[in-house]
Design a binder for this molecule. Sequence first.
Ligand code: APR
Length: 231
Amino acid sequence: MKKIVVLSGAGISAESGIRTFRDADGLWEGHDVMEVASPAGWKKDRALVLDFYNQRRKQALAAQPNAGHLELAQLEQDYEVVVVTQNVDNLHEKAGSSQVIHLHGELFKVRSTIDESLVYDLDGWEMNLGDRCDKGSQLRPHIVWFGEMVPMMEEAVREAMTADVFIVVGTSLAVYPAAGLINYVGAEVPKFVIDPNMPPLPASDNLYLYPEKATTGVKKVAAYLRESLKL
Ligand code: APR
């Protein structure tokens, strides 16, 4: 079975009603990103950060996967599909994708602030000051904030290096190390990029560009793989 590795970003969830990060106003849902998504922001105002992620969870609980997520899940009928996502929502999982690597963490997990191996599932949307881990420390969102390590990157690189097909969908490729993942993909591997506003890409012979939305683009890529490349 051929292996497809997908790198997805906020754009794939846009048509499910979740806003992308780099919207024109430069704010993330009305906030300066450093206030709500950095260790300094957490130190300054933990209640604000917790509330911000509570709102993001409420929004994610109400959102449904769109045709882009669903088509990627469908590809598992014919291919091994590994989705490497920068998104913290769970729409790939809701769509049925079975192998999802979250580079930037997950909204529905929380972790200890003194022992990062203590990670817990969160059922609903709410997390408050005073919610503690088993060792007694305040819990924090299980999110990779600006300036923090990206522990899942190593696994993502291993997947990229063994891909037979690479698909990039809905990301501005503005944030590293995620943006560099494409550089680990073999030179001969076909690389598809779906985005109405094409991100900067390294020169490559096997690039297929789809300057359009995820809901239509992923379908076209799937059809091209099956019908034209006969993979
Ligand atoms: N379909 C596909 N792509 C879309 C759509 C759509 N319907 N709508 C917008 N896009 C594209 C935009 O053109 C843009 O290139 O999605 C991309 C979104 O870019 P960003 O907002 O920068 O999101 P992303 O690349 O995921 O950001 C990376 O930055 O803030 C951090 O940690 C956060 O994971 C995030 C990372």
